[in-house]
Write a protein that binds this ligand. Structure first.
Ligand SMILES: [Zn+2]
Length: 409
């Protein structure tokens, strides 16, 4: 099957969109709902219109382009991802999936193909969650995980509200434009890990996405002068937290089977070199492909926090901040992607995503599959993030073939 994917055109579209947020070191700084995000949105919507798509925006700022099918009463086949980045992020995370979707549409146009079902592109708002926490707000609203009015109230570090920013950049659309049903959802994404490159594979066929739990922990002790307070009389929140964090790493090994635990954020109050901290707040991120193992790790982590707090006379508060269950994509969807990779004679690997994606939420109401392309050096969420266009092209071919199969069913 000839797809007519045009690598040069794809590359040029990447370069065009990179104007919005390109950093000195070759990354992209395009936090959600910033001016840079607006620039990328405006350009991408213009391209969708030029490709003959009907563009619409929903109330959380997700934007869509719909290509008519032979019978528009059929549910659409949807491709999607995101164009926002983490602060000083890379040129490929999310962007690759959105560009791939557009390239699929452009190739369908070139080949004069009208599919039986409509084909739709969806670009999700605030996937990264670095400006407005938590992640995947756009797809999460569609899945009914977040209430839109509370999403509008979320503030960034400067106290600017999500709803105000959405309105300011002109992307507060209509609730009736939301994606509520679809035949299938397909998302191409860069791997963001080293496995495909290390194993010399061209395509990752995803079986699912690891579940994750995010805890927010606050440890409270007694603030005191660093000089006159003997060690034995202290109730030092930092020493308690440090102890806990070291133990949290051990839990990952104890539970095993690919469990990961990460403490990525620590805040000290007051943060002063000669004051014993009164309060330490830290995040804990726990992931596995089986929910039961996540639950076990969470239980062990909570127990150790309680134990160490008691030993040191500290108070603790553990907030279950966020949870996404592990996802197992439907076998028939996995088969579509695997079949496409096989027919193209690509070297592919069956795998499970370690990171969350918009597909996590969309899979709650639409049969979903994902395609990975290699990330060089496994680097992601940094300016050095890189994927080869020869690899991306293969991924787009698999996406193209999979969309055709689903859209002509
Ligand atoms: Zn992403």
């Amino acid at each position: 099957m000839k797809s007519g994917i045009d690598r040069e055109r794809l590359k040029k579209s990447f370069e065009e969109l990179e104007k919005y947020g390109l950093t000195d070191r070759g990354g992209i700084n395009r936090p959600a709902l910033s001016d840079m995000d607006k620039g990328a949105r405006d350009t991408f919507c213009k391209w969708m219109k030029e490709a003959g798509l009907k563009v619409r925006i929903d109330d959380v700022g997700n934007y869509y382009g719909r290509r008519d099918g032979l019978d528009n009463n059929f549910l659409p086949v949807v491709m999607g991802s995101h164009l926002d980045t983490v602060y000083y992020g890379g040129r490929f995370d999310g962007i690759t999936g959105v560009q791939a979707a557009l390239e699929v549409v452009r190739s369908l146009n070139d080949n004069g193909i009208t599919t039986k079902r409509p084909v739709e592109i969806c670009v999700f708002t605030n996937e990264e969650g670095t400006r407005f926490e938590p992640s995947m707000l756009g797809s999460g609203v569609l899945a009914g995980e977040f209430d839109i009015d509370s999403v509008y109230e979320i503030e960034d570090m400067d106290g600017i509200k999500f709803g105000e920013e959405l309105e300011r950049i002109g992307y507060k659309g209509d609730k009736k434009n939301r994606l509520t049903q679809a035949d299938t959802y397909l998302e191409l994404h860069v791997e963001q890990g080293p496995v495909l490159e290390k194993e010399n594979m061209e395509i990752g066929v995803l079986k699912g996405i690891r579940g994750m739990v995010h805890l927010e922990v606050t440890i409270t002790g007694v603030k005191d002068h660093a000089g006159p307070s003997p060690m034995e009389y202290r109730r030092d929140a930092m020493m308690g937290a440090a102890n806990m964090i070291a133990e949290i790493e051990k839990v990952a090994y104890e539970v095993g089977d690919g469990t990961t635990t990460t403490v990525g954020k620590v805040k000290t109050i007051p943060a002063s070199s000669n004051v014993i901290p009164k309060e330490v707040r830290f995040s804990v991120d726990i992931r596995n492909e089986e929910d039961s193992l996540i639950d076990l790790a969470v239980k062990k982590i909570k127990e150790l926090i309680i134990k160490i707090s008691k030993e040191r006379g500290l108070a603790y508060n553990i907030e279950d901040f966020w949870r996404v269950d592990a996802i197992h994509f439907p076998q028939k969807m996995v088969n579509v992607v695997e079949g496409s990779a096989k027919e193209r004679k690509y070297k592919y690997k069956m795998m499970v995503s370690g990171a969350g994606h918009d597909a996590s939420y969309i899979s709650m109401f639409v049969p979903t599959a994902m395609i990975f392309v290699p990330s060089i050096g496994g680097l992601s969420h940094c300016e050095e993030e890189f994927s080869e266009f020869s690899d991306i092209e293969k991924g787009v071919n698999v996406l193209y073939d999979s969309v055709l199969k689903c859209a002509n069913r």
